[in-house]
Design a protein around this ligand. Structure first.
Ligand code: TXA
Ligand code: MG
Length: 361
């Protein structure tokens, strides 16, 4: 299949040429084709959510297990009632507070949503994104766009079109290049079919923000731990995900101690002929001696760290790095989403260094 790549810049509005291209992209979706597009979180791989064949094509293009449900994207609150059994009071509260935006809700599904889209479940995940290109495409595409992240299953989600093209060229009809996305990590997912509502995947909309609106929320305990003995509630969260090709280890401890430990590991790995990489921060990058040292940003700025994480993981693949070490980051607020993705990318391989006596000498 030949994949067409178009560039659309998102500003206040669209010029007539962009408008026409998005109309054409929408037409592809209506006819059952697949179009990758930017959202405010990551790039999505879209198909008509109400067309079972389109959903089948999405699983095939991604190489994704078909028990892993897709998120249905809408561009208007009026579109919600048709695809769910009931728009619950919680759903309304959440929609008022966070939509359009990087939050996905789970509700009981209506008959209109095929089980191919929901991975066989009776529930459906719904998101109303804020990105203007995404919204326009959904409108032109018929109002309901199923879209997982636009990566081959298991790889980090794409935050720039370059990585969508790398994974999807030849597999889908069209890729819309809308530049770099803003947030860089997938949407927060909250299950509203249980009481109290439960966060299944952390994201830009944090637990504290949801608590303020709902009064009560639970968090799926598998988010930051893999030894709960339970499977995550979001089927997709059980897979080793977001992973670079190289072997990633997270190292937690005092700054200089972490650097010293990582540098020793780097030396060892190099002796074995391996190419080494480190994820450091603005404050610490100069402490490392690896072949490739990435600066993920200021340790205090979680939005910057989130924005850079997937791009950096992908760049290690580009540079064919065999072993990667990363600093650990705090897990409050949006840090919960950052550590959730980093831990999954590392297959939960994390080293905790004991605090040394005598000031680390
Ligand atoms: O930010 C995002 O949400 C991006 C952009 C493209 O919108 N999309 C995205 O989709 O991250 P995906 O397919 O990569 O992740 C969807 C997650 C999976 O872990 C899936 O198992 C879970 O949502 N999910 C979908 N429907 C569900 C349901 N009915 N119940 C529980 N989990 C569900
Ligand atoms: Mg994904």
């Amino acid at each position: 299949m030949k994949t067409e790549v178009i560039t659309v810049s998102a500003g206040e509005g669209f010029d007539p040429e962009c408008e026409e291209q998005l109309r054409r992209a929408g037409e592809i979706l209506r006819k059952g084709g697949l179009v990758a597009f930017p959202t405010e979180t990551v790039y999505g791989l879209g198909g008509d959510a109400l067309n079972r064949e389109s959903s089948g094509k999405i699983y095939e293009a991604k190489g994704r297990p078909s028990d892993n449900p897709l998120i249905v994207h809408i561009a208007d609150m009026k579109a919600l009632p048709a695809i769910v059994k009931e728009v619950t009071p919680e759903a309304l509260k959440i929609a008022n507070a966070f939509w359009p935006g990087p939050l996905t809700i789970i509700l009981e599904k209506s008959e209109r949503v095929p089980v191919e889209t929901t991975g066989g479940l009776n529930t459906v995940a719904v998101r109303f994104p804020s990105h203007p290109v995404a919204r326009k495409l959904i409108e032109y595409g018929g109002g309901y766009v199923a879209a997982p992240s636009a990566n081959i299953s298991g790889k980090p989600s794409p935050t720039v079109a370059k990585y969508v093209i790398e994974d999807m060229d030849g597999r889908i009809d069209m890729i819309i290049d809308g530049g770099q996305v803003g947030i860089g990590l997938e949407s927060t997912i909250i299950d509203l079919t249980v009481s109290p509502p439960q966060i299944l995947r952390p994201g830009f909309v944090t637990e504290a923000m949801l608590l303020e609106v709902l009064g009560q929320v639970d968090v799926d305990q598998t988010i930051l731990s893999n030894d709960t003995g339970r499977a995550p509630k979001a089927p997709g969260m059980k897979y080793r995900h977001y992973a670079p090709a190289g072997e990633l280890t997270i190292v937690s401890g005092e700054e200089r101690q972490v650097a010293a430990y990582i540098n020793r590991q780097v030396e060892e790995a190099r002796k074995q002929g391996q190419k080494t990489g480190v994820i450091g921060s603005l404050e610490t990058r100069n402490l490392y001696c690896a072949d490739v040292v990435k600066n993920i940003g200021n340790r205090q700025e979680e939005a910057t760290i989130a924005h850079n994480l997937y791009r950096i993981l992908r760049e290690f693949d580009d540079e064919k790095v065999d072993v990667i070490f990363s600093e650990s980051f705090h897990s409050d607020g949006m840090g919960q989403a950052i550590m959730n993705r980093l831990l999954k990318a590392a297959g939960h391989k994390m080293i905790y260094l004991e605090k040394e006596e005598n000031g680390g000498k």
